[in-house]
Every structure is written in structure tokens, then in C-alpha cells.
Design a protein around this ligand. Structure first.
Ligand code: C2G
Length: 133
């Protein structure tokens, strides 16, 4: 890692990992030289989505960390700590899916903010519903 390498940061639950998750991580990695991923904690998901993820945080972290395009993972404890995480990981770019469009523009003062088009017709919720039906 040299000082002019570009660091990219992204965040997600990555529960019941699917191709939509893979594509956003691959595209985020292509923006820079290093990709750091904040995997949201089980507790944050209970607060955020009202239910615990199917896969516990330890397993979701291991799956994301094992991907070739990912250099580092950490636990995202709060949605309010993004500015702190951007500084902590020296991120030059914050990349997210466009379901978050506009929500992170406020970090444009400390890094570049990029929104990628979500992968259509695949979601963790739909997978869970399909399995349940
Ligand atoms: N995603 C995608 N295409 C899909 C599903 C998800 O591109 N079909 C992207 C989302 O836009 C997000 C990432 O994959 O950028 C992770 O999605 P989730 O696991 O659903 O995470 P989310 O609830 O968006 O959590 O601090 C932000 C949160 O941690 C984000």
C-alpha cells in the first residue's frame, strides 16, 4: 500500500450472500487499489431491519473476507459512524448501491461518493421468502 493508492470503503449486511452482493463488491474494488468492507453487526440489523440476519455476523464477515476483491473487513456497529470509519480506514471513495442514493452525499467533503446500480431481481428478502414458500 503506497500513499497514492486509492482506498475504497463500502458497507452492507451481506446476509444469505448472493450475486448482487458479489457484483457491488467487485465494482467497488475496481474503483481503487484496496477495498475495505464494513459488515453490519447482528445488533445493528435488529435495530435497522427489526430482525436478526439469517447468518450471524461472524459468518457474514468470513464470507466477505474470503473474496478475492476484498482486502479488509470490519464490524459496522452504527449507521451514524460512517465519517469515523471513512477516516479510520483512510478511504478516498465511498461506494454503495443506488438504493442509498443521496443518503451519503454529506460525506462528499472527505471522500468521493459513488452509487452503483443495484443488481436487479435478486435480494436476500426474496431468497428467504422463496425458501419459506
Ligand atoms: N445490493 C445490490 N444489488 C442487490 C442487492 C444488494 O447492489 N440486488 C447492494 C446494496 O445496494 C448494498 C450492498 O449490496 O450496497 C449490501 O446490501 P445489503 O446487504 O442489503 O446491505 P444494506 O442493508 O444495504 O446495508 O451502512 C449501510 C448498511 O450497512 C447497508
Amino acid at each position: 500500500m503506497t500513499s497514492d493508492d486509492l482506498s475504497v470503503i463500502t458497507f452492507g449486511t451481506f446476509d444469505v450472500f448472493h450475486v448482487g452482493h458479489l457484483r457491488i463488491l467487485e465494482r467497488a474494488a475496481q474503483l481503487g487499489d484496496r477495498l475495505v468492507v464494513g459488515v453490519s453487526s447482528d445488533e445493528l440489523n435488529i435495530r435497522k431491519k427489526g430482525r436478526a440476519p439469517i447468518y450471524p455476523q461472524h459468518d457474514r464477515m468470513r464470507i466477505v473476507a474470503a473474496l478475492g476483491c476484498v482486502d479488509e473487513v470490519f464490524i459496522e456497529e452504527s449507521l451514524e459512524k460512517k465519517r469515523e470509519y471513512i477516516f479510520r480506514y483512510n478511504a478516498d471513495i465511498l461506494a454503495m448501491g443506488d438504493d442509498w442514493r443521496g443518503r451519503f452525499d454529506k460525506f462528499g467533503d472527505i471522500c468521493r461518493v459513488v452509487y452503483f446500480k443495484r443488481t436487479p431481481s435478486v435480494s436476500t428478502t426474496a431468497v428467504i421468502e422463496q425458501i419459506r414458500s
